[in-house]
Write a protein that binds this ligand. Structure first.
Ligand code: HEC
Ligand code: HEC
Length: 212
């Protein structure tokens, strides 16, 4: 009998912990994250990354890497130092379920330069196509970051950080790519990914016309 009650108690505890996930995330965000990343991960300024729609496993990895100092950041190492694994899990689940946003692009010519590099790379300097890992629409995968709609400034900062070996938690994959990128390529790529629309995969293909 005692055993049954104990088992029931465990079950309810497990159930309520599960049900409380979004509440747990919201409480942590309000106290520690909202100021910079916004209540739903929309980010309050271009230097803070958008977290809304970012991929779950990628978020978990980054938060743990910040916490144990593998990814260096004056701000984020401090912000994550007391986070529990279950809080990290709840935060990743919360932000990954929020709708992603994208930026309106004015400079269409420069956007096209970024699009070319993203889709094809630069064979003259040995840069692979970004789409081969981050996907045709910049959505990444569960373990790889989504780039679509991210702030341009943040993306450019990260490309510099990879290139200069300031950010090393990617196991050198991005370093070999980023240290070959020119300033123009970094800016064009950052502009391009910031403008990839969240709804792109479902959007109907444009009808192409024959050249006269
Ligand atoms: C004072 C502003 C500030 C606060 C508060 C803050 N962050 Fe950050 N966050 C940043 C900055 C700046 C970066 C960019 C990291 C860097 O230095 O490379 C970042 C990066 C991140 C990233 C990496 C995103 C990516 O695409 O790789 C995640 C995830 C993140 N923050 C989550 C959080 C969470 C969760 C909290 C609350 C526990 C939080 N942040 C609190 C400023 C902040
Ligand atoms: C061979 C696979 C691969 C290719 C090709 C690749 N990336 Fe990455 N990218 C990664 C990995 C892996 C990470 C980091 C994941 C981690 O930290 O766990 C990453 C991270 C990033 C980040 C950081 C995102 C964030 O939220 O902080 C940016 C920005 C980025 N890549 C841009 C690019 C661009 C632009 C290109 C094309 C020039 C490119 N990547 C090509 C694998 C790749």
């Amino acid at each position: 009998m005692k055993k049954t009650i104990f088992a029931l108690g465990l079950l309810t505890a497990a159930w309520s912990a599960h049900a409380a996930d979004p509440e747990l995330a919201k409480a942590v965000i309000k106290e520690k994250c909202q100021l910079c990343h916004g209540a739903e991960g929309e980010a309050s300024s271009a230097i803070y990354p958008r977290l809304a729609g970012q991929n779950h496993n990628y978020l978990v990895k980054q938060l743990k890497n910040f916490r144990d100092g593998k990814r260096k950041s004056d701000t984020m190492n401090e912000m994550t130092k007391d986070l529990l694994d279950e809080e990290i899990e709840a935060l990743a689940k919360y932000f990954s379920s929020k709708p992603a946003l994208s930026h309106r692009i004015r400079d269409k010519g420069f956007f096209a330069v970024g699009e070319y590099l993203y889709m094809k790379g630069n064979k003259y300097s040995g840069i692979p196509a970004c789409k081969s890992c981050h996907g045709e629409f910049g959505l990444g995968s569960n373990d790889l970051p989504r780039l679509a709609g991210q702030h341009k400034r943040y993306v450019a900062d990260q490309l510099h950080a990879f290139g200069d070996r300031i950010r090393t938690n990617d196991n050198t994959i991005m370093h070999t790519i980023a240290n070959k990128l020119t300033e123009l390529e970094i800016e064009a790529l950052a502009l391009y990914v910031s403008g990839i629309k969240a709804q792109e995969p479902e959007a109907p293909k444009a009808v192409e016309q024959q050249q006269p």
